[in-house]
Write a protein that binds this ligand. Structure first.
Ligand code: ARG
Length: 457
């Protein structure tokens, strides 16, 4: 049975029916559809658009359907979409009152409402997953505030940092993602219901009442925009793409750090895989898959942007294509955050290799230049002297820590015994204490704890 039977003389062609249907995708938000209908029916009853008795019957019937779906007693099937399924089942169960539910609304404002309502719940769920990962990174960083390693630029050893400082850079990315989700939530939580097909309705409805019942923060101001806007899907899909980009960068480092060339990191056996032919292999498949799945999440964003780009106002059926991609992005991101977090939690870092990596590569060269600068040598000159020192050390197979004072002095007589303090890597790290610098991991962690407490509390 179709909701729109009446105008048509013959039944819909079976292949058209299948092509047109969206039930397999939109059954995902059965709960939001049912709760949205409950709020709508209650409001219609309160405004005397339908009788109070009918409103009560509808709400009871809808809640019965909800509990039967959740207990597995009722299977969602044999309908064009979730809206048709719920309404037809309701009418089957309670008779004529069920036929009054759709008064003063259209599937156009209904689907927009369901989608926003569902996205509101998913935004909260993704935020929770992000915070879980942030906490895992925090715990790791806590253990490594004095773990020395080299920071990189161009994948070349650059300057001394702590492992905590490096990890906390990812916390910043994920915190930005959380901020964006909060912001996106505000725009998503605007209620389209009451926009009806596109032009609003002649019934004396109370849209504010429905918004309040469902936990929406506002009501869409323009009925045409109410039914035709999918910016909230694009915005969420874009944030999800950014989360994946962040996870993918982190994954790339995990993969590099697990290689024999680095061996900075060791994954737990339960989060690694082997090779079918090479017995020695221990592969970081989880990190590789997270990096790989970034592709589909980017694709989903591009897909919804393209769907929306030339749709005339107001609702057009193209917009049914707004769901599958973003649902896939949501599921992918949640799964990747969960697995990546657990992988990180169970992994260990090789402090010896991290420090050895820092010991080679002249990452304290800037400190030598700074040493000379503080003693009055202009920075450009100090930079040149240090460059010559590095070139000399490479030829002599020495490091800035192992050069003799005579060797130092042969490049500049400003050098004195205190140069060895200046090139000591732990000192180099500690001294980078400008706000947000590599030597401030403990301060960053303190601020992070305040942030987490505020968010959880
Ligand atoms: N399944 C449809 C969608 O997802 C519901 C809205 C249908 N509206 C309509 N006028 N045919 O967009």
């Amino acid at each position: 049975m179709k909701l729109w039977a009446g105008r048509f003389e013959s039944d819909i062609d079976a292949t058209v029916d299948a092509f047109n249907a969206s039930l397999s995708v939109d059954k995902r938000f059965y709960k939001e559809d049912i709760l949205g209908s409950c709020a709508h029916a209650t409001m219609l009853g309160a405004k005397n658009v339908i009788s109070k008795e009918d409103a009560d019957k509808i709400v009871d019937g809808l809640l019965g359907i909800l509990s039967d779906i959740e207990s597995g007693k009722l299977e969602i099937q044999d309908a064009e979409d979730i809206h048709s399924f719920v309404e037809l089942t309701l009418t089957e169960r309670i008779g004529d009152a069920g036929k009054r539910l759709h008064t003063a609304r259209s599937r156009n404002d209904q689907v927009a409402t369901d989608m926003r309502f569902h996205m509101m719940n998913e935004i909260k769920a993704v935020k929770k997953s992000l915070l879980d990962v942030i906490k895992i990174i925090r715990d790791k960083a806590m253990e490594h505030t004095t773990t020395l390693m080299s920071g990189y630029t161009h994948l070349q050893r650059a300057q001394p940092i702590s492992l905590a400082h490096h990890l906390l850079a990812y916390v910043e990315m994920f915190r930005r993602d959380v901020d964006k989700l909060d912001d996106c939530y505000k725009r998503t939580a605007s209620l389209p219901l009451g926009s009806a097909a596109l032009a609003g309705t002649t019934y004396p409805i109370d849209r504010g009442m429905v918004a309040e019942k469902l936990g929406f923060l506002s009501v869409c101001r323009n009925s045409i925009d109410g039914v035709s806007d999918r910016d909230f899907v694009i915005e969420f899909a874009s944030i999800l793409a950014t989360v994946m980009m962040h996870l993918s960068r982190f994954s790339e480092e995990v993969i590099l750090w697990c290689s024999w060339e680095f061996k900075y990191m060791e994954l737990n056996d339960s989060f690694s895989t082997g090779s079918s032919i090479m017995p020695q292999k221990k592969n970081p498949d989880i990190a590789e898959l997270v990096r790989g799945k970034c592709g589909r999440v980017y694709g989903n964003l591009m897909s919804i942007l393209t769907v929306m780009k030339a749709i005339p106002l107001a609702y057009n059926k193209d917009m049914q294509e707004d769901k599958e991609g973003v649902f896939d992005s949501i599921d992918t991101v949640k799964e990747c955050l969960l697995l990546f977090g657990e992988m990180l939690k169970t992994s260990t870092f090789n402090l010896k290799n991290l420090r050895e990596g820092a010991g080679r590569g002249f990452i304290n060269a800037t400190d030598v230049a700074d040493y000379l600068t503080v003693k009055g040598v202009p920075f450009r000159t100090a930079y040149k002297i240090t460059g010559e020192l590095v070139a000399y050390s490479i030829k002599a197979d020495k490091t800035l820590e192992t050069l003799s004072l005579e060797e130092y002095k042969s490049f500049s007589d400003v050098f004195d015994n205190d140069v060895y303090d200046a090139v000591n890597l732990d000192n180099c790290l500690k001294r980078r204490n400008s706000y947000g610098g590599a030597g401030t991991a403990k301060e960053q962690l303190r601020e992070l704890d305040e942030y987490l407490e505020k968010i959880d509390g």
